[in-house]
Design a protein around this ligand. Structure first.
Ligand code: GDP
Ligand code: IMO
Ligand code: MG
Length: 429
């Protein structure tokens, strides 16, 4: 029996959704443990593209899906997403979608604060997704958050909303010069979500324990990426939760001894949406061609993703921080047709060669990537299904990633479709 955590190793959008969907075939339940609808996970099944923001990517395989206590959930988005999935003929009901009673709610004032703060920051903005993620986690940490368990108790919900909205509206109006929200409107809007979502709400820790006791397998789906982690990422240009594998335990409610495998998703090049340092970013035609061929647009906000070469300094960081036991290399097909591929192996900071990712953003901003160059391949590899059939230069690129990270590549993705995958080792099988 195996229980696996899937995390992004870079700055998000590595292809986690596709891989979780594919691996979910052999799992008994899929659990999200952090983030909110800042995530956008794309799955392509029989040519149809489906994007989820909150519902775990196991839903297309008909698996039990759970939303952990570590998430901040916008109930307006969740109910819309359930309708969207049901509209596509996918079964989503109280039997196969469970929400932790301890998960935090994103409230309308969180979104107003998120937008207004970004506006106020001007060119110093983080480039958040504007979904209220940071303000919701902030209220969780200051113990003023509202949880699903509160939503289901109208008296407690009203009391909490009335108290907190006095302060939020004052802050919005007098400090942020922004629109305020009406508590009565919020209370009646959320009463509808309470009614709709109540059947899904439960103690998911107990559900997972029963699953584990009966010898079944869990798959934990990370959102964002290691370098957007609030502690380990490019702070403050990060999201507001821990995205690393350790948080699968905390954000879902199981002990670390239950996790057997941690796979890190590595896009074959690097992308980033929003502001913040990105040492291997490309500003030339190569960057443009990767952006176009990889269709690198944000699945949540539609923003163009910044593109650059593969960076093994950040991968080394991700291997260590997550305890990766395997790598999944995605979007390898996108690199086809380039004569030369570059891999960053270290950062040059003045006279110093850095092999570990620096915490100081001023240092990071002055780092020059040290590259090694590898020959590219011209073949279209999207139809290939075995490692041996890949062109020699593609195999060498993968082998070099293994050498530089010290971790084996276990799954290779050569296209967005579920079947466009080469599986060397699936721990759930
Ligand atoms: P996530 O947030 O990590 O789940 O990733 P996103 O869904 O935001 O972005 C990944 C994008 O790449 C999606 O549009 C996927 O359909 C697509 N994708 C995933 N794997 C591959 C692959 O191997 N090749 C190509 N060409 N596209 C892929
Ligand atoms: P998935 O799960 C890429 C980025 C935002 C911004 C920063 C903070 O699809 O990989 P937030 O709204 O979280 O306060 O924004 O984090 N960001 C993501 N970038 N993929 C994501 O999710 C992201 N979620 C947040 O662009 O830079
Ligand atoms: Mg995404």
């Amino acid at each position: 029996m195996a229980n696996i955590v899937i995390v992004g190793t870079q700055w998000g959008d590595e292809g986690k959704g596709k891989i979780v969907d594919m691996l979910a075939a052999d799992a008994d339940a899929v659990v999200r443990f952090q983030g909110g609808n800042n995530a956008g996970h794309t799955m392509v099944v029989r040519g149809e593209q489906i994007i989820s923001h909150l519902v775990p990517s196991g839903i297309l395989q008909g698996k039990l899906c759970m939303i952990g206590n570590g998430l901040v959930v916008d109930p307006a988005v969740l109910t819309e997403e359930i309708d969207y999935l049901v509209g596509k003929g996918i079964k989503v009901d109280a039997d196969n979608l469970k929400i932790s009673e301890r998960a935090q709610l994103i409230m309308p004032y969180h979104k107003l604060v998120d937008h207004a703060r970004e506006l106020m920051k001007g060119d110093k903005k983080i480039g958040t997704t504007g979904r209220g993620i940071g303000p919701a986690y902030e209220d969780k940490a200051t113990r003023r958050g509202i949880r699903f368990v509160d939503l289901l108790d109208p008296e407690i919900f009203r009391e909490k909303v009335e108290v907190i909205m006095k302060e939020k509206n004052f802050y919005l109006e007098h400090f942020l010069n922004a629109e305020t929200a009406d508590p009565e409107a919020v209370i009646s809007e959320y009463a509808k979500y309470a009614e709709r979502l109540a059947p899904h709400v439960c103690n998911i820790s107990v559900v997972m324990d029963e699953i584990l006791t009966s010898g079944k397998q869990l798959l934990f789906e990370g959102a964002q990426g290691t370098h957007l982690d609030i502690d380990h990422g490019t702070y403050p240009f990060v999201t507001s939760s821990n995205t690393v594998s350790g948080n699968a335990c905390c954000g879902a409610g199981i002990g670390p001894g239950k996790i057997s495998d941690v796979y890190g998703i590595v896009k074959a090049y690097t992308t980033r949406v929003g502001a913040g340092p990105f040492p291997t970013e490309l500003f030339d035609d190569v960057g443009d061609s990767i952006q176009k061929k990889g269709a690198e647009f944000g699945a949540t906000t539609g923003r163009k993703r910044r593109c650059g070469w593969l960076d093994t300094v950040i991968l080394e960081n991700a291997v260590r921080l997550n305890g990766l036991t395997g790598l999944v290399v995605t979007k390898l097909d996108v690199l086809g047709g380039l004569d030369e591929l570059k891999i960053c192996t270290a950062y040059q900071y003045g006279d110093e060669t850095l092999r570990h990712f620096p915490a100081n953003l001023n240092v990071l901003g002055k780092c020059e990537p040290v590259y090694e160059s590898l020959p590219g391949w011209s073949e279209d590899i999207s139809g290939i299904r075995t490692f041996e059939d890949l062109p020699e230069n593609t195999r060498n690129y993968l082998k070099r990633i293994e050498e530089l990270t010290g971790v084996s590549v276990q799954i290779i993705s050569v296209g967005p479709g579920r079947e466009e995958t080469i599986v060397l080792k699936n721990p759930l099988k």
